[in-house]
Write a protein of this length. Sequence first.
Length: 156
Amino acid sequence: MKSTLFATTLLFGFVALLCGCTKRLPESEYLSFYEANCKSEFFRGGVTFYAMPLSADYEKVKWGTPLDSGMRVLFWATPRSNLEFENAFLISKKDSSAVVAFRKSVTFELGAADSFVLSFADKKNGAALYVSNVSHGIGGIEMNLKNCDNIRLIEK
């Protein structure tokens, strides 16, 4: 009896912990909160690099619908210096995925930055982003991506 009560209490505590870690926001607050809490930062060679994985909820608020089941990462660097790179990978434990497509973005919000949208076939929460052969002698950089799946949009 005591072991069943203990297991039940432990289970309820675990469920409460999971529920307590999810942040649900209305559409009006979602983008600014997500952008403030989900970007990673890395500095090298006078350039600051940022990376932010885009969740399905983020894509829904930003563009009206999630784009597909893959994963996109917004990658940008300041100051703008016409950066280029050879390739990008998501690295998760012993597994890696190469970028399937990337494009340099024209951004009005980040006018002083070089900005890229990286598309990957598979979603890898908690992965690191490795960008190889960044121009201007910077070389390869690796950034741990934040897992922001717990930041959710309140559905209307």
